[in-house]
Design a protein around this ligand. Structure first.
Ligand code: ARG
Length: 596
């Protein structure tokens, strides 16, 4: 913004809501740790419901207690009007000047007055974990989009974030593919002039090899045997076998990176630590579990049992750490990863953005790690389960032919639809072809991400492109248009305008509503970071865009009747709205085009 770098203003950690809360607490010293339960309200700016609970505890009459609190409250620069209402609520309004003054402090701060955590921890977040030699599907989309947003939000709050992409790059299925490639050395070679896209080309070569290997595996007993022996070689670290396995990983990464590039999600190679990365720890993990008695042998397998986890027949369902044939499973890897993340990376929080269908797995893995002492009381481990993406028919998303839908095809279609929407308006406002193409991408990818992020994590949602790119309703396009509108106002006002606040001017209701909402950005973010629920940020931003739309309809900005001071006050609202929208969208991984 104009190349001026502004310092953070730490004193601006308090929103008006927090300051009113503090004033309430000060007015009733006996209630210092009682929550005043302050909420935004339609009747006044805020309503405090906390008096009711307090009166109950003190066996006092709530209305009388409310009146006493009212008498003790200072009417000062944050607390304007107070009245007792209903059975003992306090309706509190803040003066216009307090709103404008707070907004002006936010505008002067690079972080929009959002404080950084006083005591940041280390969060290791496990997300974006596709599988080697397999096509990515919509489930991988959810993990990637949600994980990326949560990581960014936590980082903005000051948390130290370590990203881990636990890709499926190990296991018996590689025996067959490696064996096939060794016997057919050209099976992964490029075919001429087929796919233009390098990522898609890699995937189709992998897919072709996988299918050929599978066919042979099912038809030829001798090949089956050779493949099984190849798994043993892989686990033993035989160099030729490992080198061939590495080719599958490298080829797959070309594909992953091309999809993530399309998705506009940055993935660092160093953060890709797949299942294979914990291979050296597996034996020790099992030994430690067995020695401590956390795991026991059962029918040849190494198992952990739980009192509260039983199958339909009432028999206990164990976590199998090592199979009876000596092979290590998914659980052994995850337990080793926990040892690495707490022991070596010193994580204080572990997050796993993974499909809800793996809930039982994580429940058992966390419990096992607690018993083994790898997860101590000081460490939080959370599975953040997400629901399924459904097709228009309400069933898990499939193509008409019944195959699972290719993620890239879906993204391409979203971009095509968005480009058509953008083109229509863009041609009217004179956008160049390049701008239309760029915006189409940002709007299309944003729409897919927003649809995912605006649904609460655990819920299934229907993948409906028509709705996603609609200009009206709870969509990213609506938010992006609101942002672009604030930019267009500044293009008219003169882009170097730095509006100065005029707290002495009275505010219209639409200005107050917008101003109070802007003031609550930090509070909303803190809630999102605490709950790991990005949909709350999406809904905060949608509300912001709606309040801005109302403000813009009712309050002329550049032609305000109140003269230049009022123009500046309104420009300040536009500026903060724009910066808050684009910051919020950025935290969700969504871009905000300047002209739309
Ligand atoms: N690769 C797995 C899948 O596609 C997800 C891995 C989740 N992370 C973990 N630490 N288990 O289902």
């Amino acid at each position: 913004r104009n190349g001026i770098s502004m310092a953070s203003v730490p004193s601006l950690s308090a929103s008006l809501q927090q300051r009113v809360s503090a004033a309430l607490a000060a007015a009733v010293p006996s209630a210092v740790d009682a929550d005043p339960l302050l909420r935004r309200s339609d009747r006044a700016d805020f309503q405090a419901n906390g008096v009711l609970g307090l009166a109950k505890r003190a066996k006092a009459n709530p209305r009388e207690l409310a009146a006493a609190v009212l008498a003790a409250l200072p009417t000062d620069e944050v607390v304007g009007q107070v009245e007792v209402s209903g059975p003992g609520f306090l309706n509190i309004s803040v003066p216009d000047a307090a709103i404008t003054a707070n907004l002006s402090l936010r505008a002067a701060d690079d972080r929009l007055g959002v404080p950084e955590k006083a005591a940041p921890g280390i969060t290791v977040i496990d997300y974006a974990q596709p599988n080697v030699a397999k096509e990515m599907h919509v489930g991988h989309l959810r993990s990637s989009v949600i994980g990326d947003a949560i990581a960014k939000i936590l980082e903005f709050e000051g948390e130290q974030v370590v990203r881990r992409h636990h890709i499926g790059d190990w296991g018996t299925q590689f025996g067959m593919m490696i064996q096939y490639l060794l016997e057919h050395p050209h099976a992964l070679d490029h075919t001429e002039g087929s796919d233009a896209d390098a990522g898609e080309a890699s995937m189709s070569r992998l897919d072709r090899l996988y299918k050929s290997a599978r066919t042979l595996f099912d038809a030829d007993e001798a090949f089956k045997d050779r493949s099984r022996r190849r798994v043993v070689d892989l686990q033993a670290g035989d160099p030729e076998t490992l080198a061939t396995w590495q080719r599958f990983v490298d080829e797959s990464k070309i594909y992953f990176f091309s999809v993530y590039d399309k998705l506009d999600i940055e993935i660092a190679d160093a953060d890709i630590v797949g299942e294979s990365g914990y291979n050296d720890m597996l034996v020790e993990t099992c030994e430690l579990l067995e020695k401590s008695g956390v795991a026991v042998r059962s029918e040849g397998a190494l198992c952990v049992f739980f009192d509260d986890i039983k199958g339909k027949d009432g028999d206990p369902v164990p976590l199998i750490v090592r199979k009876s044939d000596g092979g290590f499973g998914y659980a052994a890897t995850d337990l080793s990863a926990i040892r690495n993340r707490t022991g070596d990376l010193h994580a204080t929080t572990l997050l796993y953005v993974v499909d809800v269908r793996q809930s039982l797995h994580f429940k058992m893995v966390f419990e096992t790690a607690r018993r083994a002492g790898w997860l101590t009381d000081g460490v939080v481990a959370r599975h953040l389960p997400f629901g399924t993406v459904l097709g228009a028919d309400g069933k898990p998303f499939k193509t008409r032919a019944g195959a699972s839908v290719k993620l890239e095809d879906l993204l391409d279609e979203a971009v095509d639809r968005a480009t058509a929407v953008v083109r229509e308006k863009g041609e009217k406002i004179g956008l160049s072809e390049q701008e239309i193409v760029d915006n189409g991408r940002q709007v299309g990818i944003g729409a897919v991400k927003y649809a995912d992020l605006s649904t609460s994590l655990g819920r299934d949602y229907i993948f409906d492109l028509d709705r996603m790119v609609s200009l009206n309703g709870d969509t990213s396009v609506y938010l992006q248009y609101a942002y672009a509108r604030t930019r267009s106002i500044f293009r008219k006002a003169g882009p170097d305008q730095r509006p100065v606040a005029h707290p002495e001017l009275a505010l219209e209701p639409a200005e107050r509503a917008l101003g109070l909402h802007l003031d609550a950005f930090g509070d909303a973010l803190a809630e999102v970071a605490e709950s790991y629920e990005p949909h709350r940020l999406a809904s905060y931003l949608f509300q912001l865009a709606s309040l801005f739309t109302t403000f813009y309809e009712l309050c002329p900005v550049l032609t305000a009747d109140g003269g230049p001071a009022q123009v500046e006050n309104r420009l300040l609202l536009c500026e903060l709205t724009g910066r808050t929208l684009s910051k919020g969208l950025q935290l969700l991984g969504i871009r905000s085009p300047e002209r739309l």
